[in-house]
Design a protein around this ligand. Structure first.
Ligand SMILES: NC(=O)c1ccc[n+]([C@@H]2O[C@H](COP(=O)([O-])OP(=O)(O)OC[C@H]3O[C@@H](n4cnc5c(N)ncnc54)[C@H](O)[C@@H]3O)[C@@H](O)[C@H]2O)c1
Ligand SMILES: [Zn+2]
Length: 376
């Protein structure tokens, strides 16, 4: 078992990595008084792991009320939060009760939002079951639901009291979801850890076939890196922005396709590939490092854009996002393997030709640094 601390003063907490949920009960008892608990999960995850987790919590003395939501992004709504408030009130959850999130980022973000707001905040425990949620969304305290006008617009910073990562559950995760999470894993290496990047280069096959030691080591390292960033900049006033590498374009691709075409990591991967080319074009990144980055991203797998998507629509989505966050167009660009720069001088015209290449050319053309591909 591995333990990683997220240092945030009195809101500090631990991330524990284990193969299974088995030792969870003991850990929870050390943190919370056993009382009532709402166990939030989705229709895919609950049938697989719900009963086992429920019985572990019951052994620990909790009175557990399961609340199972439909799987998928459509569940991250205020209406679904309302249904969970009703479940919590009906089950008699009080201030000392706890909310457990057993599932991917959708369950974690929604249950965390409910935990943050029910009775002005009750203890929250993350039991992430996707690779993406294990390395990213369960750590750092961003919780939210979507609004019909945009994603994650209603939310809070609300840290969990414990994150329990059971790596064995990834065995049932659909492959496409695994690679979506793998994009965020590659991102950590690219932005802040050359050693992690190298480990992925060397052990890619072992990682993707879920070989236990490699998988656990990689997930732990990602959590360590995210914990370090969050401890330094909990509310994204500076450093935390580097985690948005690939996300300026990635978010726009997701929004322009109404969140129905790309999984989050797939859109981020396309964003990272384009960011590499932008950085090469700006003379910020050397050819050798550019090739290394693209080679690993290629192994994660670049998804081609849908044939009907136009560059103007993607730029419009980017503009919309910028308007909402009140920020300038900010790009996180790679400067070397393991290093990025925040770049806010780029204009839409700088991005347009590159975007058109991704949308029109075969996506594979962007996965090498060809002789005449250095300048965009
Ligand atoms: N809070 C944050 O900091 C943060 C960061 C990144 C992403 N997010 C959010 O996370 C969400 C995406 O999360 P996700 O990628 O985990 O998607 P998800 O929660 O939709 O899970 C993906 C799919 O896998 C299924 N599943 C989950 N675990 C499984 C398992 N072990 N075995 C079999 N099936 C399993 C789910 O039922 C679902 O169908 C988005 O809403 C995004 O906004 C939040
Ligand atoms: Zn992301």
């Amino acid at each position: 078992m591995e333990t990683i601390k997220v240092s945030l003063g009195e809101r500090s907490y631990e991330i524990r990595l284990s193969h299974t949920f088995e030792p969870l009960a003991g850990a929870v008892c050390g943190i919370l008084p056993a009382g009532r608990a709402l166990l939030v999960s989705d229709e895919n995850v609950y049938p697989l792991y719900g009963a086992a987790v429920r019985s572990l919590l019951e052994q620990a003395g909790f009175q557990v009320t399961p609340a199972v939501i439909p799987a998928g992004e459509e569940s991250k709504t205020l209406a679904q939060a309302d249904a969970l408030y009703t479940a919590a009130i009906t089950a008699g959850l009080d201030r000392s009760s706890a909310v457990f999130a057993l599932g991917g980022g959708v369950v974690g973000d929604l249950a965390g939002f409910v935990a943050a707001t029910y009775l002005r905040g009750v203890p929250f425990i993350q039991l992430p079951t996707t690779l993406l949620s294990q390395v990213d969304s369960s750590v750092g305290g961003k919780v939210a639901v979507n609004h019909r006008l945009g994603k994650n617009l209603i939310g809070a910073f609300y840290q969990p009291r414990l994150v329990w990562i059971a790596t064995d559950v990834l065995q049932t995760l659909p492959e496409r979801e695994f690679f979506s999470g793998a994009a965020e894993v590659a991102k950590y290496g690219a932005i802040m850890s050359e050693p992690l990047f190298r480990l992925l280069e060397e052990k890619w096959e072992a990682f993707r076939s879920l070989e236990s030691d490699v998988l656990t080591g990689v997930i732990a390292e990602c959590c360590r890196l995210k914990a370090r960033v969050v401890a330094e900049d909990e509310q994204e006033k500076g450093l935390r922005a580097i985690l948005n590498f690939g996300h300026t374009i990635g978010h726009a691709l997701e929004a322009a396709t109404a969140y129905r075409y790309y999984l989050h990591g797939e859109a981020v991967l396309a964003g990272m590939v384009l960011a590499v080319h932008l950085a090469l074009g700006q003379g910020l990144l050397g050819r050798e490092d550019g090739e290394r980055l693209l080679k690993l991203f290629a192994r994660v797998g670049l998804k081609a854009a849908p044939p009907w998507l136009g560059a103007r629509e993607v730029l419009a989505a980017m503009r919309q996002d910028k308007k909402r966050t009140g920020e300038r167009l900010v790009f996180i660009l790679p400067a070397a393997v393991g290093q990025v720069r925040v770049c806010n001088h780029l204009k839409e015209e700088d991005i347009l030709p590159l975007l058109e290449r991704y949308l029109k050319d075969a996506a594979e053309n962007l996965l090498t640094v060809g002789k005449n591909r250095l300048r965009i």
